[in-house]
Design a protein around this ligand. Structure first.
Ligand SMILES: Cc1cc2nc3c(=O)[nH]c(=O)nc-3n(C[C@H](O)[C@H](O)[C@H](O)COP(=O)(O)OP(=O)(O)OC[C@H]3O[C@@H](n4cnc5c(N)ncnc54)[C@H](O)[C@@H]3O)c2cc1C
Length: 336
């Protein structure tokens, strides 16, 4: 394979595609970075019978797809995938490797970084190129109280993980052209020390929060698990998705998949309803792309109220109930 001076690799994480779009989002960001580095963007794909993904990556901005196909790669294997990434990264020496912070990516990226003896910045919320050509990796740190800007000047590749929903994908374009480069499966591969017992696709609903146009998010100010059910009811009436803060998820009022924030999902709804949420940085860091925020809180000085386009000083439960009632009446009157 002819290797240009610089290449930016994006790990092709296609599990749960179509819902999980992080690879496409990283390809878009890699294109921005590549234009500054005069680099090419490569999707690096391990699997079996993956033609449809190759085409998809090219249509979303990959200049090249480096692919290893083998029946033993049909199911994700962190050990095999790490060995492959290490081998080919040593061989082709990409400048940058970007990996989605999916459950697999979070396990895979640190292993690859360790094998390649380089650094890794986890959960980046921004990526830029510095004046001297390093990757500036912007990530929350110290529990989200600081935003750190990290560079890796002495080691290559520069590696970062990025949470799904952080960047916007390039729209699908069938006219984009790219090259597929098939790499040989090495003869010697590590034996799997883990045995896959079962594989279950995540329900579609869990994947949609990052893409939802309407998100109804509830916090501790909702008061109790039974009162929090109103958040679900309102979200359903608005054809939206439910979001929650960490105390809610920890208390079991809503599932892990609803967590919004540094430790959860980054959202970009057109309308975000925020009920009884104080607005800690770990939560609000994931709301920066929300177009319009309506917050309800007893405390007018809560950070969330200051961030909001409309701030309602009131009891979160009462406002939630009133909205549910009004929407039901509207639906009823339309069907009469
Ligand atoms: C490393 C780390 C990572 C973290 N990651 C995340 C994360 O990803 N996501 C996340 O959300 N948090 C995260 N947190 C926790 C975060 O710091 C906050 O503790 C959390 O977001 C607060 O949730 P809350 O707003 O629901 O609760 P609180 O901070 O307790 O706020 C409750 C709000 O409700 C209001 N209120 C009370 N009663 C009513 C009422 N009847 N009507 C209206 N308003 C009312 C109060 O005025 C208050 O503003 C993280 C923390 C750490 C240290």
């Amino acid at each position: 394979m002819n290797q240009p001076k610089n290449s930016i690799w994006v790990f092709a994480d296609y599990r749960n595609y179509f819902q999980n779009r992080v690879t496409l989002q990283l390809l878009a960001k890699a294109n921005d970075l590549a234009s500054e580095l005069d680099a090419e963007v490569c999707a690096v794909l391990f699997g079996y019978e993956t033609d449809e993904y190759m085409a998809e990556y090219i249509a979303h901005g990959a200049h090249k797809v480096l692919v290893v196909e083998h029946p033993s790669l049909k199911q994700y294997s962190v050990e095999k995938y790490t060995a492959l990434m290490e081998k080919f990264a040593r061989e082709y020496q990409p400048e940058i490797i970007l990996i989605g912070a999916t459950s697999f990516g979070k396990e895979f990226a640190p292993r690859v970084a360790k094998c390649l003896d380089t650094g890794l910045t986890a959960d980046c919320i921004g990526l830029e190129i510095t004046a001297d050509g390093n990757l500036l990796q912007i990530a929350p740190s110290f529990g989200g109280n600081l935003i750190a800007e990290i560079i890796t000047p002495d080691h290559r590749p520069q590696m970062a993980t990025v949470r799904p929903g952080t960047f916007k994908e390039i729209p699908h374009n069938d006219y984009l052209r790219g090259e597929v480069v098939r790499l040989k499966m090495p003869k010697k591969m590590p034996a799997d020390r883990l045995r896959l017992v079962a594989y279950e696709r995540q329900p579609e609903r869990d994947q949609r929060l990052e893409e939802a146009k309407v998100v109804v998010c509830g916090g501790r100010g909702m008061g109790s698990k039974s009162k929090f059910k109103k958040i679900f009811e309102l979200a359903q009436l608005l054809s939206g998705e439910v979001g929650a803060t960490r105390p809610i998820v920890y208390a079991g009022w809503a599932g892990d998949d609803t967590l919004i924030g540094q430790a959860g999902k980054h959202i970009k709804p057109q309308i975000l309803f925020s009920f009884g949420i104080s607005g800690a940085i770990q939560h609000t860091a994931a709301l920066t792309d929300a177009d319009f925020i309506i917050a309800v809180n007893k405390n007018p000085n809560a950070t969330m109220m200051k961030m909001a386009d409309v701030a309602v000083v009131a009891d979160a439960n009462q406002v939630c109930s009133a909205l549910i009632k009004a929407l039901k009446e509207r639906i009823q009157s339309k069907s009469d």
